[in-house]
Write a protein that binds this ligand. Structure first.
Ligand code: TRP
Length: 331
């Protein structure tokens, strides 16, 4: 039997998970468990490139773990772990810093965006973020890295760094491919549908959080921005309506044509209520399960401990190989 390809991905616990995280990532991650050997982690080391409140970060990390599982990522079938539990990430991160060029890091759009947004805290970690991310991926010899569009550049840099290292020291790292899902990849803001749905917008109603109450979710969809055409149709110049259709499609499994037919001649009010309802139906069981798991600290602990054990066995092997190749004396 051919070995399963390995998948690796992670999300920073720097904000709450959103409907966009679910539709663009978690739902797809959960579906890949049978076909692939999946590693999913909580990127807490990456979260501190922006200042965090310690108690909040700890709470959010555990809550994110509970939400991963509630979204269907089964700890029995996937390796789920917390990044900071595996020292090899920071260790390989440092080595890769020495094989990543200043010029390359300077060109990263995420660095440029984040330094513009955090002008008072442009720290070195924000700058070298991509080499830590390269370490996350290369430690596990991942074949595929499911990421949103915005992370493609980082996966490409990872390939360049891996290739550079392999050229000097011989085959060490597998070259990973970015893996960008076709459907539901990009859920947009309900208030500014030209922008990606972002947790920074959860106060203004543009963003749905996975843990939002049914009433909040329904209210946000009622207020969602549409247009003046009064026709449920998916196209470029109808970003608001197209986004709502996309969300409806992911929740119901219906095609765009089916949705157009279903709402032909009906108003936006009815359409928006229907979208709100199917989102509530989709998220309610996830929220309930996450709440239940979050109350069971012993269970969550058993999940991240078992995950760390599996992950560190793989990560340590790669790190030993790297240390040997660069010429460090074995202890
Ligand atoms: N940089 C990713 C983000 O901001 C999170 C991340 C960190 C990641 N390391 C990773 C994603 C490794 C995929 C693989 O969303």
């Amino acid at each position: 039997m051919e070995e399963k390809k390995r998948i690796l991905s992670g999300i920073k616990p720097s904000g709450e998970l959103t409907l966009g995280s679910y539709m663009g990532a978690l739902k797809n991650w959960a579906a890949m468990a049978d076909e692939y050997d999946c590693f999913y982690f909580l990127a807490d080391l990456h979260a501190i490139t922006v200042r965090q409140n310690p108690a909040e970060l700890r709470r959010r990390t555990l809550s994110q773990l509970a939400q991963y599982i509630a979204c269907g990522i089964d700890p029995e079938k996937n390796t789920i772990f917390i990044q900071s539990h595996i020292p090899a990430h920071t260790e390989l991160g440092w080595v890769l810093d020495c094989y990543t060029m200043f010029g390359e890091l300077s060109r990263m759009t995420q660095f440029k965006d984040k330094s513009a947004k955090n002008a008072d805290n442009i720290n070195a970690g924000l700058f070298t973020y991509p080499s830590l991310m390269a370490a996350d991926i290369l430690l596990y010899q991942a074949d595929l890295v499911p990421v949103g569009d915005d992370q493609k550049q980082h996966v490409e840099l990872t390939r360049d760094v891996a290739q550079r290292f392999n050229n000097v020291y011989g085959e060490t790292f597998k070259l990973p491919e970015p893996f960008i899902p076709k459907v539901g990849a990009r859920i947009m803001s309900l208030q500014h549908p030209e922008n990606k749905m972002s947790k920074s917008e959860s106060d203004s109603g543009g963003c749905i959080l996975l843990m939002d109450s049914p009433e909040d979710i329904r209210r946000c969809f009622k207020r969602a921005i549409t247009d003046s055409e009064m026709c449920v149709r998916c196209c470029k110049d109808k970003p608001g309506v197209s986004n709502l259709m996309q969300i409806y499609a992911v929740c119901t499994g219906k095609t765009m044509e089916e949705i157009e037919k279903e709402f032909a001649g009906r108003g936006y009010g009815e359409f928006k209520t229907a979208v709100g309802d199917v989102v509530v139906e989709t998220l309610a069981p996830i929220r309930e399960e996450a709440t239940r798991l979050l109350a069971d600290k012993a269970y969550l602990e058993s999940v991240y401990r078992a995950g760390a054990e599996k992950a560190s066995a793989v990560a340590e092997r790669t790190l030993r190989k790297v240390y040997k190749k660069v010429g460090f004396v074995a202890r």
